[in-house]
Design a protein around this ligand. Structure first.
Ligand SMILES: *Cc1c(COP(=O)(O)O)cnc(C)c1O
Length: 433
């Protein structure tokens, strides 16, 4: 109890301090500190842990993942095709074992969520349903700094429907001389061109700036003009609490290999709001896994679409990849997003504090200072796009990533990064600068 009180006190503590002792004390008081040891942390030749700040790109491997995958390999070896029903975790309904935890992480109802395919594939499948342009209402709004894959996806959707991919694409841009998006500018776009806009597809947390946008407000603005609203949560899932159901967005998609630590190229997740769950008239590309589970194996049946997000599935899914996702989700379930988010705000706040203490005009944080408008990532803009800073960090086994034109992205991940990691990283940064 005393420990709990002490922890809660720490959470409210915003007067961070410099010095290694402070970082160590924070780690000692961190109730989630235990989880760091549940991950494989890459090491240098001397056996020291790398300072890994790229969980926003590829999350580290939980030590439990191997056992989860081994279980499925064993069941496959011992049971062959019977594993679909006889495996410890039967493969037929395997995706269902992931649904509840995944729904909790994004703030959705189980009927709204499914794990399947990969992110860009899911964006396309969702646009088949939710991008239904007419001759006059066909434009798509994205952020000017949208991830390239999202941009290519919407451009090729426009083209597929016979529209000019440049003319049909509206970019929501930061104002002159600014880096972040302003919701008022989206409002203006919708006021002026809402009648021509069919879809908004926006990154909930921008991959470049780390800005966490007000998803609910975006949904309200889009819906007021009869636009469909979709959110890319690649940088949001496992990082912030997007409350997808309450936000009212029509659909969302994400990957699981970033903050959800499910391994390179692992499957993605998809959300379709409950209000669309039973609409069988929605256009879609279907496969046998879209079909009603009760009659799926009767074969010669006309398509009877499963209600909810599961109705967007096509194929029977890769169990080995899902086993890695299950390993991760079981851990997230145990920790809970609430506790994770609390530590995250502290850890990133501390990181920001130390960088500001450097008081160096070669670097500037472009991520919002308000914790409610960001996740764990800080994007550090480097003056004159000097890439050598990033090279020197990497050489010192501090893993961050460089994004053109001039940003180093660093994500202290609350599940496995420590206050000491952050302290050592900024000490090195100071040395290099
Ligand atoms: C990581 C990321 C992707 C990657 O898409 P895949 O289909 O998983 O390769 C796409 N969009 C955004 C916004 C991302 O952050």
């Amino acid at each position: 109890m005393l420990f709990l009180l002490a922890t809660q006190k720490n959470i409210q503590l915003t007067n961070y301090k410099t010095g290694l002792d402070y970082a160590k004390t924070q780690d000692q008081n961190d109730t989630l500190a235990y989880y760091r040891n549940q991950f494989h942390i890459p090491k240098d030749k001397e056996g020291n842990d790398w300072l890994y700040f790229t969980g926003n790109s590829l999350g580290l491997q939980p030590k439990s993942t191997q056992n989860y995958i081994q279980q499925e390999l064993n069941d496959w070896a011992n049971l062959g095709v019977e594993g679909h029903f006889e495996a410890k975790n039967p493969w037929m309904p395997y995706h269902e074992f992931l649904t509840e935890s995944m729904a909790k992480i994004v703030g959705a109802k189980p009927i709204e969520v499914v794990v399947m395919n990969t992110l860009t594939t899911n964006l396309h499948l969702l646009m088949v349903s939710f991008y239904q342009p007419t001759k006059t209402k066909y434009k798509i709004v994205i952020e000017s700094d949208a991830f390239p894959s999202d941009r290519y996806a919407v451009q090729t959707q426009l083209d597929f429907h016979g529209f000019d991919a440049n003319e049909g694409l509206i970019e929501w841009k930061p104002r002159e001389g600014e880096e972040l998006l302003n919701i008022e500018d989206l409002e203006t776009i919708l006021d002026q061109q809402g009648d021509e806009i069919a879809l908004l597809l926006i990154g909930g947390v921008n991959y470049y700036t780390g800005q966490y946008l007000d998803i609910k407000r975006i949904a309200e603005l889009g819906h007021a003009k009869n636009c469909m609203v979709g959110i890319d949560l690649a940088h949001g899932v496992g990082n912030i609490q997007p409350e997808l159901h309450n936000s009212g967005v029509d659909f969302a998609a994400w990957c699981t290999y970033k903050y959800l630590n499910s391994g390179p190229g692992s499957l993605g997740g998809l959300f379709v709001h409950e209000k669309h769950a039973h609409n069988k008239d929605l256009k879609r590309f279907a496969g046998w896994w879209s079909h009603n589970k009760d009659t799926r194996f009767n074969m010669r049946q006309p398509l009877d679409v499963t209600p909810g997000a599961e109705g967007w599935q096509l194929s029977n899914p890769p169990i080995l990849s899902m086993a890695a996702i299950k390993a991760s989700l079981d851990m997230f379930n145990e920790v809970g997003m609430e506790a994770l988010r609390k530590k995250s705000e502290q850890l990133t706040g501390y990181f920001e504090f130390l960088i500001n203490e450097l008081n160096n005009d070669k670097i500037k944080i472009i991520t919002p200072t308000d914790p409610k408008q960001r996740g764990c990532q800080l994007s550090i803009q480097v003056k004159d796009a000097d890439k050598s800073l990033h090279h020197k960090l990497t050489k010192a086994n501090i893993i961050t990533d460089w994004r053109e034109p001039d940003v180093i992205r660093c994500a202290p991940v609350p599940l496995y990064n420590s206050f000491e990691d952050v302290f050592r990283m900024v000490e090195k940064l100071k040395e290099i600068l």
